[in-house]
Design a protein around this ligand. Structure first.
Ligand code: NAP
Length: 446
């Protein structure tokens, strides 16, 4: 592995990388099937990813014709790794077993370990015989939409494909590892002005926010739209704020501390709500919501921007959904991709139908959307929101930070990159974009 890292560091040409032998095994962050019942009787918040995520040697699987082996320089923590590590809402081994039954190549994924991680930046080391557009030496990022391109249902919008999966969550061989095996149609060019770790944190959250807000497949935001963004300095929210600002809209960012409010201001988001300071209690008790609290949030939004929001960017789920439906403007849209605080949702349907609002679902992004979102990063129009960096050995600690909401933006994980700050191929463009903009979250997270 050392030889591979040195060759990458020294900018060795693709032919040289293609001729370096691949190791038979590599280090990866895994959860174990044998431990999937370890949290029985434990509350969600007390389940500790540091105990369930292990760094272990795994065997490099055989490469399918439509795949590539990537030297993963850096990866990131996504909330799906938190879900996998706490075995909620289900252990992910069921996904791997189902994939295992689909084909000979799918069978490789059904293992007693699950290599997690749905983001990566790195270098292509090998490509399968059917890969045309990528070759060894290409510097890439990886998006997590894993589809079978021989399935007709995958060809209009691949997120509607019958067997669409999220790599590193519903498949094995994820990105939190020294190597990864991915489909060639997950690859995208690495933004040349970013470090490995800055490049690694974007694909999942940036593409998801792009589809939710910008793509016609979800909210289809227009110029001038006002958008309420829950968790506005979180993984999804940090990109959502940028899309609203880039699209000529008005973001109203909800966060839970003055420090996070400062980050929003520095990003150019003027309208900030500190939900902790406001002390909203949307639920009186476990079963009853409080409409007066929804109304208070609505008033706070109007006090900041003078009107209601056209779009609500939803992902906290049960805790906030009733409020989100209430505060959306007449004819407005609640776009949802998740339910961190609970997926059995309650809202008052009268506020939805009488005011002609709509709820739109969204999930990751198809290749075209992920590519468009990646291109915006490459062009310096959307910035990475990397706030902290951990070594692969401390993946459990990094996931713990996200599980406990102790982080801002995205947490990067160094896999083969020996230290931070490496991988910048276009320093002149970096200067043009501006170090301040690129490292805004890192400086706050440091
Ligand atoms: P994240 O980095 O943890 O950020 C989420 C933010 O939401 C937090 O920073 C927090 O901000 C806020 N939040 C958490 N609980 C809340 C609550 N009860 N009420 C109000 N705000 C709350 O996570 P993320 O990467 O943005 O992901 C968020 C969710 O989306 C996760 O459940 C994840 O699994 C899901 N997701 C889905 C997709 C998809 O494709 N479907 C893609 C990415 C993520 P404050 O404390 O500052 O308010």
């Amino acid at each position: 592995m050392q030889e591979i890292v040195e060759a990458i560091q020294s900018g060795a040409p693709g032919e040289e990388l293609a001729n370096l032998p691949l190791p038979e095994s590599y280090r990866a962050a895994v959860v174990l099937e044998a431990e999937q019942d370890m949290w029985e009787g434990v509350e969600s918040g007390d389940k500790d990813p540091r105990k369930s995520l292990h760094i272990q040697d795994v065997t490099l699987p055989e490469l399918a014709p439509d795949e590539a082996v990537i030297a993963v320089m850096a990866s990131s923590i996504n909330f799906n790794t938190v879900w996998t590590s706490i075995f909620e809402p289900l252990p992910t081994f069921g996904f791997l077993k189902r994939l295992g039954k689909e084909s000979v190549w799918g069978a490789r994924h059904d293992q007693p370990f699950h290599i997690v991680g749905s983001d990566a930046s790195g270098v292509v080391l090998r490509v399968g015989s059917a890969v045309r557009n990528w070759r060894p030496g290409d510097r890439v990022t990886v998006h997590c939409n894993y589809v079978d391109d021989q399935d007709p249902s995958a060809h209009n919008d691949s997120m509607l494909a019958a067997n669409q999966r999220i790599w590193g969550f519903e498949t094995n061989y994820g990105g939190l590892a020294e190597l990864s095996v991915v489909k060639a149609n997950q690859l995208m060019p690495k933004p040349a002005h970013l470090t490995w770790e800055e490049a690694a944190v974007n694909a999942l959250c940036n593409s998801t926010s792009y589809r939710m807000l910008v793509s016609p497949h979800a909210a289809g935001m227009k110029q001038g739209d006002a958008v309420l963004i829950w968790g506005a300095t979180g993984g999804l929210g940090g990109y959502a704020v940028q899309y609203v600002l880039n699209g000529g809209g008005t973001p109203v960012g909800v966060v839970s501390s003055p420090e996070k409010g400062e980050i929003l201001k520095a990003m150019g988001c003027e309208a900030v709500i500190d939900r902790k300071a406001a002390g909203y209690r949307f639920w009186k008790d476990e079963h009853t919501q409080d409409e007066s609290e929804w109304r208070r949030l609505g008033k706070d939004i109007r006090a900041l921007i003078g009107r209601d929001v056209d779009i609500v960017f939803e992902h906290p789920g049960r805790q906030t959904f009733g409020a989100s439906v209430f505060v959306a403007a007449r004819g407005g849209t609640v776009v949802t991709c998740a339910a961190t605080s609970g997926y059995m949702i309650e809202y008052d349907n009268r506020h939805l139908w009488m005011k002609l609002k709509r709820i739109v679902s969204s999930h990751f992004a198809n290749y075209a959307e992920a590519w468009a979102a990646n291109q915006l990063i490459c062009e310096g129009k959307v910035q990475p929101i990397l706030s902290a960096v951990y070594p692969l050995d401390q993946t459990g600690e990094a996931a713990y930070q996200v599980h406990k909401n102790l982080h801002e933006g995205k947490i990067g994980v160094l896999c083969l990159a020996p230290k931070e700050g490496l991988g910048i191929d276009d320093p002149a463009f970096r200067e043009e974009v501006g170090e301040d903009k690129i490292t805004l979250f890192r400086r706050h997270g440091a």
